[in-house]
Design a protein around this ligand. Sequence first.
Ligand code: C2E
Ligand code: CA
Ligand code: CA
Ligand code: CA
Length: 276
Amino acid sequence: AKQLSGNRFQLYSPSQEERGIENVELENDLYKALRNDELNVVYQPKFNSKTNMIIGLEALLRWNRPNKGVVRPQEFIPLAEETGLIIPIGEWILRKSCEQTKFWHNQGFPHLSVSVNLSPQQFNQEDLVNKVQLILTETQLPAASLELELTENLIIHNTEKTLAVIHNLKELGVKISIDDFGTGYSSLAYLKNFPVDTLKIDKTFIDGLPDNPNNAAITNTVITLANSLQLEVIAEGVEKEEQLNYLTDHGCHLIQGFYYCRPLKPEDVIERVHTS
Ligand code: C2E
Ligand code: CA
Ligand code: CA
Ligand code: CA
């Protein structure tokens, strides 16, 4: 049976064929979604807890599927990865969020930066660096206002090529962060070779704070590691004040999560920037 999170269970498990049909339908719809303007981007702010100011925004994909409501990324990104659709979709969200951020700069908020998630497929395409450069040129967004979030698992594979790509991206002036840090299979050794800027502590570790001793130990280790390598560290998925307090007490002052703010529609961002 399909694995479901939490206490939910499923009495009926669709057969292989039914699942296949569902997937084909999803794939067709996703293909059209890009053309028909059904994809959009929401922006979740990242805060500095010392100043309570917004320091940046993470672009998150949403799909408004006709007659089915908003579909969350977990439900279609894996399929998009499998089918290669993630390449045009990823390029679309990159361009869209650079355009949007340039717009905010022009509105008088030049300190805002944007983070975009890169999937492994996207990262491995031959002309990624050129595409990023082209999009920055087209949108006139300063490279330093763009951060790319990569996952650890991407970094362990194909080390030499990966290193070269990250170097070239850094050369453009964009920032690199390691997303969901601590959940991958990599050794820590790669960190000293890769010119990354930020470690992002995964929500699964933040969830257990402050009471779960294992999560607390992992969190402290990542913060210490980041400090000693002179990297920034940010916590994702912070929902409660106790979690925030724990993190700030232990030296992590960059915070993202529902405690501060949920993902926002682009038109709601500036209002939130004003009140922060
Ligand atoms: P992620 O990169 O780890 O993004 C964080 C996810 O946690 C987002 O879910 C965000 O809405 C959610 N979140 C943030 N704060 C909290 C909180 O305090 N509590 C809870 N319960 N959730 C919180 P979302 O938007 O559904 O995205 C899920 C995943 O889908 C992302 O995980 C990312 O891996 C992927 N994704 C989203 N947009 C893109 C994209 O444009 N490209 C690629 N390749 N992946 C994307
Ligand atoms: Ca992310
Ligand atoms: Ca993350
Ligand atoms: Ca995560």
